[in-house]
Write a protein that binds this ligand. Structure first.
Ligand code: GDP
Length: 403
């Protein structure tokens, strides 16, 4: 290639040329390589003309992938994206070369939406602390229609019973199968020492069921009944945590994500809520109890997200209010509690932390709670089991709990 040619921005190999628009001259090519002079490697002739050279015409798509834009002025328009407005490629990207894997999140999204989501929430606390009312308020359902409230005599004879209610909710085409595990009778008896044992066994039992399903034959349709989150109800009337609260949290802390809530906080003044929260947090610290830790904010999150995240973390333990009643407040029907002196609105952030709790549970941290359950609590259960079976050569069976 001489200087003059270089100025014309043309390449020439022997007499084969690629001109400045990038087009390969067919005439030059045929002149240089007559038809009998090239063949595919599998059909190579043994003649002296064989140059071990294969020229296969690229498919039109290959040409567009491999050639600079100046070579592809005759390119047909790209087919319309099946993702419509969700297509991550903007119209400015139309002229750029791309493979298309930026749509991978969309594919995952579509598959997950089709499959639906599952979440298991456990509520632990004494009877009458407002557990069922709060669950109904959180998910706008009536999960406890058929519940029979026992009298004092019946409760004396009762042991802790675990009940599971399932409800399927659909919102904007997204389906959620919600399991609520209630611990009826917890802390109700005079000697409640073993109240939490039954709760802890139930959690282990779900881990064991999942482990067996995982090593079983039909791994495709495993039902995940593991408990992803435990709302631990703390009485608003005592002074911080009671001994039973400490013991129960200690027994559950390595099995489930515990989120402490101060029940019926409308019975407390603003200052009382503040003091109670400080006391509960200091006791959690003192007894080295592990509660669910919110993940740190990513460095690329915007200011608003960071502010909300900070507010959420400051709300722990969430001071909550529940209600099954709809009240007309200035022409708006809202979930509230009606008192002779006024109305307490469940979803008003000035009245309680209910909104923060719901946002966290459903909108922002549901997937993290599930990930923590799988990656930390379930893995630790499996590791312990493996350790024990290695030492004793016994297959452990933790499923004693019947519902
Ligand atoms: P559970 O036994 O823990 O499930 O408690 P319930 O949800 O059945 O509630 C027991 C009683 O407390 C009912 O009379 C509820 O109306 C009332 N209650 C529920 N939530 C609240 C609340 O946030 N504040 C007040 N003051 N009362 C509540």
């Amino acid at each position: 290639m001489n200087k003059a040619h270089r100025q014309k921005k043309a390449f020439q190999f022997s007499s084969l040329t690629i001109d400045e628009t990038g087009n390969l001259s067919l005439e030059s090519f045929l002149r240089e390589f007559p038809q009998d002079s090239y063949s595919c490697p599998s059909h190579q002739s043994t003649g002296s003309m064989s140059r071990n050279f294969c020229y296969s015409s690229p498919l039109p798509e290959h040409r567009y992938l491999a050639t600079p834009s100046s070579w592809t002025s005759d390119r047909p328009p790209r087919p319309k994206s099946p993702w419509g407005c969700l297509d991550p490629y903007t119209t400015e990207d139309q002229d750029r070369e791309y493979v298309g894997f930026a749509t991978l999140p969309n594919q995952v999204h579509r598959k997950s939406v089709k499959k639906g989501f599952e979440f298991t929430l456990m509520v632990v606390g004494e009877s009458g602390l407002g557990k069922s009312t709060l669950v109904n308020s959180l998910f706008l359902t009536d999960l406890y229609k058929d519940r029979k409230v026992l009298n004092a005599e019946e409760r004396l004879a009762q042991t802790v019973g675990i009940t599971k209610n399932t409800v399927c909710i659909e919102e904007k085409g997204v389906k959620l199968k919600l399991n609520i595990v209630d611990t009826q009778g917890y802390g109700d008896t005079i000697n409640s020492t073993d109240s939490y044992k039954c709760v802890s066994d139930y959690i282990d039992c779900q881990f064991e069921q999942y482990r067996r399903d995982e090593i079983g034959l039909d791994r495709k349709n495993i039902q995940d009944n593991r408990v992803h989150c435990c709302l631990y109800f703390i009485s608003p009337f005592g002074h911080g945590l009671r001994p039973l609260d400490v013991e129960c949290m200690r027994a559950l802390q390595d099995k489930v994500n515990i989120i402490p809530v101060v029940a019926k906080s409308d019975g407390l003044t603003y200052d009382e809520v503040k003091k109670k929260k400080i006391r509960i947090l200091s006791e959690i610290d003192k007894y080295r109890l592990k509660i669910y830790q919110f993940p740190d904010c990513d460095s690329d999150e915007d200011e608003e997200f960071r502010r909300q995240d900070m507010e959420l973390k400051r709300s722990v333990p969430f001071a909550v209010i529940g209600s099954n009643m709809m009240v007309d407040v200035n022409g708006r029907w809202i979930r509230a509690r009606l008192y002779p002196w006024g109305v307490v609105e469940v979803e008003n952030p000035y009245h309680s932390d209910f909104v923060h709790l719901r946002n966290m549970l459903v909108r922002t941290h549901m997937q993290d709670l599930k990930d923590m359950t799988h990656d930390t609590h379930y893995e630790s259960y499996r590791a312990q089991l493996l350790c024990r079976s290695q030492h004793t050569d016994v297959d452990y069976d933790f499923c004693h709990t019947t519902i």
